[in-house]
Design a protein around this ligand. Structure first.
Ligand SMILES: [Zn+2]
Length: 423
């Protein structure tokens, strides 16, 4: 598998992906070049190409190719509002190799070949971001780190929805099984994640299917934190851990594994590391320890039971939609720690560093903007240009280059470049 980007010598303003390898095959997406014929590699569009299946005339794009594609709107135009995420069926297609004598794609150089981390636009934005971090640190300021699902992707924790809100094939399988069980018991099927991931999923009729999903999430989260987590810890060390706080929408415990102290962490949606009674018969939290995980692995149909009420099953202490059963004892302690941190921040001398936070449930992004509004600056790292430029809160007092530093890059790439400038 090759990772490719649009060739820097490509003279046309767009490149078309087609469903079939024919020059007039159905167009499924196009890559707009937005008048930037020579964007830096970080700004260009990355595709994974199946070399074996490519022909001398066409590149075969792998499903899951990185995309900022625009989709045809059916009227001969293209919907710029419909920007697809990292995974979409539509990105499995074909691109012509040579068009009017011009090569279309070139290999994406490995990190080694790129040498100094961050070139071009990435260098300019990381220069400014690093300078801002240095200012805040040297003047006794604080650092708030905010992370979303994108932060854990390189560690191997799957995201189950794309940037456009579309659900992954894994998720759709769980939803299908869940709806089969509902139908068997005379219950109406549900439509989507927002109706599936609710406290009622743990009722008797569907607890087995609910746990199939949570087993998958629990076991898939048991990974070693990747490079980006280590780099984030280095930035925290640079500030001094006592001047930093981490808030995350991730429930995968990777910040803890990477070394963030318990009293420096707020997991706004809870944690897969703890269990509670699904009917909230009491406020007891049980650690999801190795014995529990081993049973999840060994017994695929096992549903853990609440020993306190002997009635309900247990569920992860993770906040789901319309969650009136969530035990918030742990979260309340974490919020109190966050309040204590806020109280120490002096006169807005706060840098906010946001990594990998998406727009579908934009809690982390909104928090980042609010904090930055009263603080010194927001550094937003996201591989999607759209997610980098979009604001969630309507706050207009974050001018780019002064209080707002969007960096369109993968977390590890941007953090590596920032660290290189801090050292
Ligand atoms: Zn109970």
């Amino acid at each position: 598998m090759l990772t490719m980007v649009v060739h820097s010598d490509w003279p046309y303003n767009m490149l078309r992906a087609r469903r079939t390898p024919e020059r007039d095959g159905e167009e499924i997406a196009l890559v707009p070049m937005d008048g930037k014929p020579h964007p830096s590699p970080a700004e260009r569009y990355q595709w994974r190409v199946l070399e074996q299946e490519s022909t001398p005339d066409f590149w075969k794009l792998a499903p899951g190719s990185k995309s900022n594609f625009q989709k045809p709107d059916g009227n001969g135009g293209h919907s710029s509002s419909l920007l697809l995420g990292d995974y979409d069926e539509a990105t499995e297609g074909w691109v012509v190799r040579v068009y009017q004598g011009h090569e279309t794609l070139e290999p994406w150089p490995s990190t080694d070949e790129r040498g100094v981390p961050g070139t071009g636009v990435l260098a300019a934005s990381t220069d400014a971001a690093a300078a801002c971090l240095r200012d805040v640190r040297d003047s006794g300021g604080h650092l708030l780190v905010l992370t979303g699902a994108g932060m854990s992707v390189s560690s191997g924790v799957p995201v189950f929805r794309g940037a456009d809100g579309s659900m992954s094939a894994d998720f759709l399988r769980f939803l299908g099984d869940f709806n089969s069980a509902r139908t068997r018991h005379g219950l109406e099927p549900v439509d989507d994640w927002f109706e599936f991931s609710v406290p009622e999923m743990f009722q008797k009729e569907t607890e087995k299917e609910a746990w199939a999903y949570w087993r998958w999430r629990t076991l898939r989260a048991l990974v070693t934190p990747a490079e980006d987590y280590r780099q984030l810890m280095q930035i925290i060390e640079y500030f001094g851990p006592e001047r930093c706080f981490v808030e995350t929408s991730n429930c995968d415990m990777l910040h803890s594994s990477a070394g963030v102290a318990d009293d420096r962490l707020h997991e706004i949606h809870g944690s897969l590391g703890y269990l509670q009674c699904a009917s909230q018969c009491c406020d007891v939290l049980y650690p999801a320890d190795e014995g529990f995980r081993q049973r999840l692995r060994d017994e695929p149909e096992w549903v853990p039971r609440c020993t306190a009420c002997q009635r309900s099953c247990l569920r992860p202490n993770v906040m789901i939609f319309q969650d009136d059963k969530f035990v918030d004892a742990r979260l309340r302690r974490q919020r109190a720690n966050k309040d204590a941190f806020n109280a120490k921040v002096q006169a807005g001398n706060l840098a906010v560093l946001e990594v990998g936070a998406g727009r579908v449930v934009p809690s982390i992004r909104s928090m980042a903007e609010w904090h930055a509004d009263v603080g010194r600056a927001l550094i937003r790292i996201n591989p999607s240009e759209v997610e980098c430029s979009a604001m969630e809160t309507g706050i207009s007092s974050l001018p780019v280059g002064d209080k707002y530093f969007p960096i369109t890059a993968r977390g590890s790439e941007a953090l590596e470049a920032i660290l290189a400038r801090l050292s």
